[in-house]
Design a protein around this ligand. Structure first.
Ligand code: GLN
Length: 284
């Protein structure tokens, strides 16, 4: 007979060499099975775990050991304090992406109507975070994957943020003749041969990598964005920590000014932005 506390300890030990956060993973997985929060698990630490729960838990720990992200096993992940549903059709939202949300919010006065486009929205994390903070913003989320958009749509319903306009298609194609105040994107930016992809194998490949350099999607968005921005609008893109200079240069090449890169929570350049000051050609 094993107590909740002992089972947690065993789970964390098993995950020690497979996860950066073994204790947290163990708690989230057991919490999912028992329907308890992390503090609930501590409060019930001395209770004996049922045989079925113990078996289910061992199954989840095993999947985690084989590289499955915790968020896919629990079916949810918190982003910007919003509980989001996630499935293997979408990238697991990362804390570093909150930097991008913050930079967008700084450029969206709460008392003014505005328009925001989130390209490659996936679970809808960025679009939902912005919509939750700026009720007056008209937010559009685009994704090429119908399965991803289903997840985003469900998240917007669950969170009561149903006014987001979800559109299916590749980058700007579903918003062909439209302009926005802010365009945000966390596009696939991992180089195709990057060994880091091995550790990300459970996540949708199309959300991570689309070309040899990792700059391909960033380039495509940077090249088309000005035609979809209002004057003084901003393009804000997440990128790899070694891509800041390349992204800044591509933005400048495409006529953006005030180009600047920002660090993520671990101090690495992760988000680059720029603005357009003169009216650009009509979208084609
Ligand atoms: N931040 C992710 C990672 O490196 C990559 C996400 C992306 O390509 N947009 O784990």
């Amino acid at each position: 007979m094993t107590t909740v506390a002992e089972v947690l300890q065993g789970g964390a030990r098993a995950l020690q060499s497979h996860s950066d956060s073994p204790r947290l993973d163990a708690e989230l997985l057991l919490g999912k099975i028992l329907g308890l929060s992390r503090s609930g698990l501590i409060a019930h630490g001395n209770e004996i775990l049922g045989v079925d729960s113990e078996r289910n838990y061992a199954g989840l720990i095993d999947k985690r050991l084989h590289g499955e992200p915790v968020a896919y096993l629990t079916g949810s992940r918190e982003f910007w304090s919003l509980p989001l549903k996630v499935t293997p059709a979408v990238l697991v939202p990362r804390p570093e992406t909150e930097v991008l949300v913050d930079l967008a919010l700084q450029r969206l006065p709460p008392d003014r109507a505005s328009s925001v486009l989130d390209l490659g929205t996936g679970s809808g994390a960025i679009a939902l975070a912005i919509a939750s903070e700026r009720p007056r913003a008209r937010v559009t989320g685009v994704d090429i994957s119908p399965q991803a958009l289903d997840v985003a749509r469900q998240n917007s319903r669950d969170l009561g943020l149903a006014r987001i306009d979800w559109r299916l298609g590749s980058w700007f194609s579903p918003v062909a003749a439209e302009r926005f105040d802010i365009i945000v994107a966390n596009p696939p930016y991992v180089a195709a041969a990057d060994p880091a992809l091995k550790a990300l194998a459970a996540e949708p490949a199309i959300a991570l990598s689309v070309g040899p350099t990792g700059l391909e999607a960033l380039q495509e968005i940077a090249g088309a964005a000005a035609a979809h921005l209002h004057t003084q609008g901003w393009l804000i893109m997440e990128h790899g920590c070694d891509q800041a200079q390349a992204v800044a240069q591509m933005l400048e090449r495409h006529g953006f000014t005030h180009v600047c890169s920002h660090l993520d929570l671990s101090g690495r350049p992760r988000v680059t932005l720029g603005t357009v000051h003169s009216p650009h050609q009509e979208p084609t």
